[in-house]
Design a binder for this molecule. Structure first.
Ligand code: FRU
Length: 912
């Protein structure tokens, strides 16, 4: 592509240069002509003839420089010709001597020099062209000698001193004159080729020598000036004037001869055309003579006419040539402009063609590139979708793995709970208590605890990754909290003689913290501190309040510390310090940091001597979202922490042993883990009648037994715990039964789901047996309180009352049925059960469970309440009332009435 553009640009450049260069000036023959001056007609004619000659030769590039009769200027002109590297220089030197050097310089520079008209000194020039000036002088002298009839006195007027024609003409003239004794050169006037130089000296000569016969002037201009001077003295007709040049022009020599001013003039040809011809010969390296002499002739009244005619013809021819040249020039101009137009059009054509070619090329290459891009695009799309598919597969598989891993971790919890519960029992077992075994059992407990902690950490890690943690912060006294956590480590501190201290100035300082999460942070930092601090070392927790409303909790140990270059990584997941040889999952500190961040706090490590972790938390609760703040957690049992589980609780519960079966509450355990079932059965049988369901018949069994309380797992084969709870709570027959969910799923969503389905208590595995037992007792106690309320407010229970729930609705409905049948002696429990849509046994158990008495007694109670009401109204006597309410005898009525109200119906009537 670039190559192509390069070619196009080159092509255009060449086209442009072809158009702009009319003709290559560089190939022309450069001829430089240094003219002495152009003030007189002779010089003008010389220039004109050289120009005409040049115009006939298109290959010649002629430059004429006029020195204005200034020698220095002429030298400069020639210097410039040399530096411009002209091909040939033609010089008509003003003076001989001053111009010799520059001519020699040109020769040295390799530029040939043709000297015309006047000469330089010496021979160091290429060639000379001009008439023979010595001969001109001689011709002049001979003419005078042959025509003289008078005194023979002659005045010579010379050209400028220093110019060769003046010297040579004098030389030739005097040679001949001096040979003839009759002739005397009376005076040689030193002229300068121009008229003015003649006048004064001429006048003086004539005044002294009025008998002068001939004046020989070196040119016609000076001869005319002499004639004019003679005329002023009235001598013009007595004296004969001879000039040089013989120009065919106004006041030129020929005209002066014809008019009788001059007696004769000697032709001195300008040689302009010959000079150019000779210059070209020199340029073409043709052999030329050193001295090229132009012919000369005397013109007097005999031949002036003829010569003038000839010259006129030549002049006319020159004019024709000049006009032809002019015409040619016009045509050339036209040709040039047309040529330019053609070139311009060609140029544009070339541009259009180039652009067309380029646009075709571009279109093709663009379409090619487009196709290529489309292909690449398609490949990218394919690859992208492939990557997406792979990513989806990978994410699915990853998700599956993680779910499996999470599920498995959950699964671990039940067996660990069992192990720990059994171990707890063993620790409390009197047979083991005093023996050496107790230490080993405690070791099992400790390691089980550790295992459980690790599993919890793994689950927390997953939860943090899924951003499922929500802060549940409550106002906590940080000093007490710290002390409580520290209590778990005091034993180890004592055993290893570690100085374990808590320093705080303000024991009442309160912070909003999530108990459970901060507990894990503390436990982690302290575990690490104990892990890496040698025996007899020191571990200190200091709580320091800062002026900026923050609190810093320092965990400082005298352990091995963490290498400085690794310190920035300690909070990264799976980090393990290079100096740590102990087992470590590497997620504890990561979780700690995440938990602290959830509190909008920060955690940093300083490790110089030992390690020092500093947690910064903010006072108050402004930095937390309202949704992150909960009321003070009074009962930790929903999400129990093993750390805070106190084994001592167990002993108190032990006293609940040996209750007779009839007093025992019935319990239904819905759980498919046989080991857990066995454990719970073993632990609860003493206090409760334990029934078991593996979940496949959970609802059926519950409805059959109508237990006092249900303990139910969530992950069951047939229906899950939520569904079972929902069904039982919806069913009138079982809606009153408290349900405890016992599960490994401890996340907020699961707890919420459980509570939404109607569970009364949500316990997570690993659970503390003591907490489970306490929960059962609490729920039964609550049930008892409700029962008390129902029993004592049996007529006040209204569907809209604040206790409005399934049970209330049931009791209200039941009471209404009883009331409307209160005077029906045949109204039976079966009929009531039928109307309520439950079986007789279910009705019996439900009523017993809700209000604590059997249904027949309840019906009787209702009747007796009604009787009391009737007694108050005074309308009926006691027997009437007894019969109307379906009592078999008035006596039985009276006994029953007295049992309930403590007074006989009679007494009741009188009292009211
Ligand atoms: C012209 C002229 C002529 C003379 C010649 C000599 O400038 O003065 O009249 O013949 O120069 O170089």
């Amino acid at each position: 592509m670039y190559q192509f553009i390069k070619y196009i640009v080159l092509f255009l450049a060449v086209s442009l240069s072809l158009i702009s260069c009319k003709q290559n000036q560089g190939n022309k023959i450069k001829v430089g002509f240094s003219q002495a001056m152009t003030t007189d007609d002779w010089r003008k004619q010389m220039n004109s003839s050289i120009k005409i000659e040049a115009s006939l030769r298109p290959e010649v590039d002629l430059t004429i420089k006029d020195a204005h009769n200034n020698v220095n200027r002429q030298i400069e002109d020639i210097e410039r010709f040399i530096s411009n590297k002209v091909d040939v220089i033609i010089v008509s030197p003003i003076q001989s001597k001053p111009l010799t050097a520059v001519v020699e310089k040109s020769i040295k520079a390799g530029i040939p020099v043709l000297v015309v008209d006047r000469k330089i000194e010496g021979e160091n020039y290429t060639a000379y062209l001009g008439a023979d000036n010595i001969e001109i002088g001689r011709i002049g002298a001979r003419y005078i000698i042959s025509h003289s009839k008078g005194s023979g006195k002659i005045v010579e007027i010379t050209g400028a001193a220093g110019s060769s024609p003046a010297y040579e003409r004098t030389l030739g003239f005097s040679q001949i004159i001096n040979e003839n004794k009759r002739f005397t050169i009376v005076k040689t006037i030193q002229g300068d080729w121009e008229k003015e130089s003649v006048k004064a000296p001429m006048k003086a000569v004539l005044q002294q020598n009025p008998d002068i016969e001939y004046v020989f002037a070196h040119n016609d201009r000076m001869a005319l000036s002499a004639w004019e001077t003679a005329k002023t003295l009235g001598l013009e007709n007595k004296i004969k004037f001879i000039g040089v040049d013989a120009l065919n022009s106004v006041n030129g020599g020929i005209e002066l001869v014809k008019s009788g001013v001059l007696d004769g003039t000697i032709l001195y040809p300008t040689g302009g055309n010959e000079a150019l011809k000779l210059a070209l010969k020199i340029y073409n390296k043709e052999s030329v003579s050193k001295n090229n002499i132009l012919n000369t002739i005397v013109i007097d009244k005999n031949n002036a006419e003829i010569i003038e005619n000839q010259m006129d013809k030549v002049d006319q021819q020159q004019l024709v040539i000049e006009s032809q040249q002019g015409a040619i020039k016009v045509q050339e101009k036209e040709y040039a402009s047309q040529n330019n137009l053609v070139r311009l059009l060609s140029f544009f054509l070339v541009i259009i063609l180039s652009l067309t070619v380029y646009s075709i090329y571009s279109t093709i290459s663009i379409s090619r590139k487009k196709k290529q891009l489309e292909r690449i695009n398609q490949t990218v799309i394919d690859q992208n979708s492939e990557i997406q598919e792979m990513a989806a597969i990978a994410s699915k598989s990853n998700e599956a793995k993680l779910s499996f891993f999470t599920g498995l971790s959950h699964e671990f919890k039940t067996p660990i709970t069992l192990i720990m519960s059994y171990v707890e029992s063993l620790i409390e077992n009197d047979k083991i208590k005093g023996t050496a075994l107790i230490d080993e059992v405690k070791l099992i407990h400790k390691n089980s605890n550790r295992l459980l902690r690790l599993i919890n950490q793994l689950l927390d890690f997953r939860k943090i990754e899924e951003q499922k943690f929500t802060l549940r912060a409550s106002n906590i006294k940080i000093y007490d909290f710290t002390n409580e956590v520290m209590a778990n480590f005091r034993g180890e501190a004592i055993r290893r003689n570690i100085d374990f201290q808590l320093i705080s100035k303000n024991k009442n300082l309160e912070l909003f913290m999530d108990n459970g999460l901060m507990d894990k942070v503390y436990f982690n930092l302290l575990s690490n501190a104990f892990k890496f601090t040698p025996d007899n070392g020191k571990i200190t927790i200091s709580i320091v309040e800062s002026s900026d409303n923050s609190v810093k909790i320092h965990f400082k140990d005298s352990g091995i510390g963490i290498p400085e270059e690794e310190q920035s990584n300690v909070f990264n997941p799976f980090f393990r310090a290079s100096n740590n040889n102990k087992n470590s999952s590497g997620i504890g500190l990561h979780l700690s940091k995440e938990f602290v961040l959830l509190h909008k706090g920060s955690i940093e490590l300083k490790s110089k001597q030992g390690s020092e972790f500093v947690i910064t938390l903010w006072k108050g609760k402004e930095h937390l979202q309202p949704s992150e703040i909960v009321q003070k957690v009074e009962n930790q049992s929903t999400i129990p922490s093993l750390i805070t589980d106190n084994l001592d609780l167990e002993t108190e519960l032990k006293d609940l042993n040996s209750i007779s079966d009839s007093e025992k509450h019935s319990l239904l355990i819905i759980e498919d883990n046989i080991d857990l079932v066995a454990f719970l059965k073993a632990k609860l049988s003493n206090e409760y009648i334990v029934n078991i369901s593996d979940g496949s018949d959970a609802v059926e069994k519950a409805l059959e037994i109508i237990p006092d309380i249900i303990i139910c797992d969530i992950n069951l084969v047939d229906k899950d715990g939520y569904e079972i709870t929902k069904e039982l709570k919806k069913d009138l027959r079982s809606s009153h039964i408290p349900i405890i969910i016992l599960t490994a799923q401890s996340n907020k969503e699961s707890v919420l789901k459980g509570l939404q389905s109607g569970v009364d208590q949500y316990l997570t595995k690993p659970f503390s047996l003591s907490i489970l037992k306490q929960s059962i007792l609490s729920l039964l106690f609550n049930r008892e309180k409700l029962r008390y309320y129902y029993t004592n407010n049996i007529y006040r229970i209204e569907p809209e009352s604040k206790f409005g729930n399934q049970e209330q609705t049931f009791i209200t409905k039941m009471n209404n049925i009883i009331m409307s049948n209160v005077e029906n002696p045949k109204f039976s429990v079966e009929e009531l059960a039928d109307k309520l849509g439950v079986s007789r046994v279910q009705l019996y158990r439900k009523v017993k469970a809700i209000i604590g008495i059997n249904i027949s007694d309840h019906i009787n109670n209702v009747k007796l309440e009604k009787a009391a009401e009737l007694l108050k109204s005074n309308d009926m006597n006691i027997s009437e009332i007894a019969y109307s309410l379906g009592f078999s005898t008035p006596n039985y009525f009276s006994t029953a009435f007295k049992n309930k109200f403590g007074v006989s119906p009679k007494e009741y009537k009188t009292l009211n």
